[in-house]
Write a protein that binds this ligand. Sequence first.
Ligand SMILES: [Zn+2]
Length: 321
Amino acid sequence: MRKTLFSIVFSFITLHAFCWGFYGHRKINNYAVFLLPPEMMQLYKPNIDFITEHAVDPDMRRYAITEEGPRHYIDIDHYGAYPYNELPRRWNDAVTKFSEDTLMQYGIAPWWVQTMLYKLTDAFKEKHQAKILKLSAEIGHYIADAHVPLHASSNHNGQFTDQRGIHGFWESRVPELLAEKEWDFFIGKADHIKNPGDFIWQRVLESARAADSVLLFEKELSKIFPADQKFSFEERNGITIRQYSSAFSIAYDKKLNGMIERRMRQSIYAIASFWYTAWVNAGQPDLKQLSSKELSEADLKEFEDLNNAWRKATIKGRDHE
Ligand SMILES: [Zn+2]
């Protein structure tokens, strides 16, 4: 009975902990602002709370809209072996070869980042402040997801290898434990990306290649770690939850040799560089002279709906479980 209760609570926690966790996404978007040139900083810095808070909207939207899910991942191993040359990198070629239904079924993360880049570039051209900020916050989410190894693997929550929970372990538990205290987020500055398609595919391929170690190292560590020390139980809001213990999390991070910190830093750099690229490609509009500064009624309504759908917590489409 007790065990059942623990696992129910545990799966509830992991259900809410996909995609870098809310903590990670907010941190990543927040840090990305500091890589921008002064001309962009004058817009992003005063709005950093918005960029930070809305980093998680795309995850909340997964509770409201079925098509949202596939934008966050790609089960690239469905298309053969690394480097997956079977899969055309251009959307139209991939649709012709595999059909849109198939692509949607296995995830469209690298293409969706490019779609978001077009939208953001257009928002800069329109000088539409509300759109620029909203799209900046959201593209940050999708880029960060593309950097997570288990977002590029069909075994996304270790469900094929008896490692359920590893998704949230890698991207939430470990960063929440170590990012603040141990990791370095001094990163430098954003660059203009000449070929955003190539860039994001490279990141996805790195993620796919790293997925094996993410899974294997947890398995290896579990074998040598005393079973009763792998998990710890913590009281939160009156309920006991099971989570990977600090000792196990630290040992795992060490075995990964800084991989999570590295991917987090790369996410931050990539996000700032995509923002910068959109602005440059739009002709570097003066961000002091923007229109539509207030969010529209429709935006405000959407934020409210997203929050409500998320609170009800019934995910549409595939879950990361
Ligand atoms: Zn996500």
